[in-house]
Design a protein around this ligand. Structure first.
Ligand SMILES: Cc1cc2nc3c(=O)[nH]c(=O)nc-3n(C[C@H](O)[C@H](O)[C@H](O)COP(=O)(O)OP(=O)(O)OC[C@H]3O[C@@H](n4cnc5c(N)ncnc54)[C@H](O)[C@@H]3O)c2cc1C
Length: 390
């Protein structure tokens, strides 16, 4: 792969003495967003593993999909958009979506020759004011942890597509429940709960699917949502998709935290779900008032004994590695430019799969915009370098 090491080019080493690997662009994360960005960098003439590097924390391809549970079969997902320059091959509807997507991303990485480095988790990214191989303007120092220790990278631009899977969100309620509690990300199989009374908390599609799966597996699910479920009968078509994306973009351009997907989209209605609503299975008991040692009390004053609680309460953007760059606004959001990938407070840093691009379709499109912007942001530096050596 021919790692180019800054120390070997200009004698620079970082404070810890380890030579930094120099890349024009580093892509953090190899989910839909990071792979799309990598593909477009390559299409614009940058070489994988030389001009740009993709670092991914997972041991296998697949992004967050590689962690999803067996019962999330391919027919249950809303639809996964093609990666750029390829088509998702037809798949068995009963196959776990995890296996379908992991295979698809893995084949894509191989066919495109993206040379993803894994498992390498970027722990922190700091601003660095040249000189560096990519010019004297602001660069980034990245510290990554992996199987052979610590690696340091120095990059002219960073495209961060780290998703949300690593930041499960669980709301706080008073009281303490002594039984089993887990978040969506720790769910493995509905059969784990057969014969148990299980509270499923959350108004999103994952919660709805858990209620249905638990019921089919002989558990007794009880559903709690903060607000009445928002079923949507209208088609999830392109025009409506654009409206949703625009409303999310309006928030992130103002530096506000993006709303959860379900708060923006509502729940897809359909014959299966309508029947479950009519039968009473998919009837929310409303918001939680407090947790009890062996159950829960709802705001309406009723209570239920429980064996387990599944918190299907969503995720937050996984941005901890960017903390040194101080890009968060007081409410936790990141102020985005009108292209929805450039971070206002950190020129040269691009977020993909964040805000309006937090879907496979949005992530694919954002990857293209970010790749072009990253190349533009580092072009002046490469031209300077060429004229200096020429
Ligand atoms: C249960 C569920 C079902 C969904 N179903 C659909 C659907 O049907 N259709 C749809 O369009 N969207 C769906 N989504 C949303 C969808 O998962 C995302 O929009 C899209 O796949 C996310 O892609 P991504 O590249 O942004 O993130 P991810 O797929 O999460 O990829 C991020 C990658 O970054 C890596 N990473 C994270 N932190 C670091 C770090 N510090 N250093 C290095 N690497 C790091 C991770 O290991 C991971 O490989 C679903 C989400 C959930 C939770």
């Amino acid at each position: 792969m021919g790692d180019r090491v800054a120390g070997s080019m200009d004698g620079m080493t970082d404070a810890a003495g380890a030579a930094a690997i120099d890349r024009r662009v580093v892509v953090v994360g190899a989910g839909q967003a990071g792979l799309s960005a990598a593909h477009h960098l390559q299409r614009q003439g940058l070489r994988a593993g030389t001009d740009f590097e993709v670092l991914d924390a997972n041991p296998t391809p697949g992004g967050a999909w590689s962690h999803r549970w067996d019962a999330l079969t391919f027919d249950l997902v809303n639809g996964v958009h093609d990666l750029p320059g390829s088509s998702l091959p037809p798949a068995d509807p009963q196959e776990p979506a995890r296996d379908v997507i992991t295979r698809y991303y893995g084949d894509y990485e191989d066919e495109m020759g993206l040379h993803v480095s894994r498992p390498w988790r970027v722990a922190s990214i700091e601003a660095f004011d040249g000189p560096a191989a990519w010019g004297d303007s602001q660069c980034f120092d990245l510290t990554a942890h992996g199987p052979s220790g610590v690696r340091r990278y120095r990059a002219g631009a960073v495209i961060s597509g780290t998703g949300t899977w690593d930041r499960p969100y669980v709301p706080h309620y008073p009281g303490r429940f002594a039984g089993r509690q887990l978040h969506t990300r720790d769910f493995t199989a509905p059969e784990d709960f057969t014969g148990q009374r299980v509270l499923v908390v959350g108004g999103g599609i994952s919660a709805v699917q858990f209620v249905m799966l638990l019921d089919a597996a002989g558990a007794e699910p009880i559903w709690s949502t903060r607000r009445p479920p928002r079923w949507r009968d209208e088609p999830f078509d392109a025009a409506w998709g654009r409206t949703v994306e625009e409303s999310v973009a309006a928030r992130t351009r103002a530096g506000l935290r993006p709303l959860s997907v379900v708060a923006t989209t509502g729940l897809p209605s359909g014959p299966r779900y309508r029947a479950a609503v009519a039968s009473g299975l998919l009837q929310s008991r409303g918001p939680i008032d407090r947790l009890l040692t062996a159950g829960v009390r709802f705001v309406d004053g009723s209570s239920e004994p429980l064996d387990a609680i599944i918190w299907a309460t969503g995720f937050r953007a996984s941005l901890g590695h960017l903390r040194p760059l101080r890009i968060r606004e007081p409410g936790g959001g990141v102020m985005m430019a009108d292209d929805d990938v450039s971070v206002i407070k950190a020129p040269g840093l691009f977020l993909v799969g964040y805000g309006r691009s937090a879907s496979t379709l949005g992530a694919t499109r954002a990857g293209r915009r970010a790749a072009r912007a990253a190349i533009a942001a580092t072009r002046a530096a490469t031209e300077d370098a060429v004229s200096a050596t020429g």
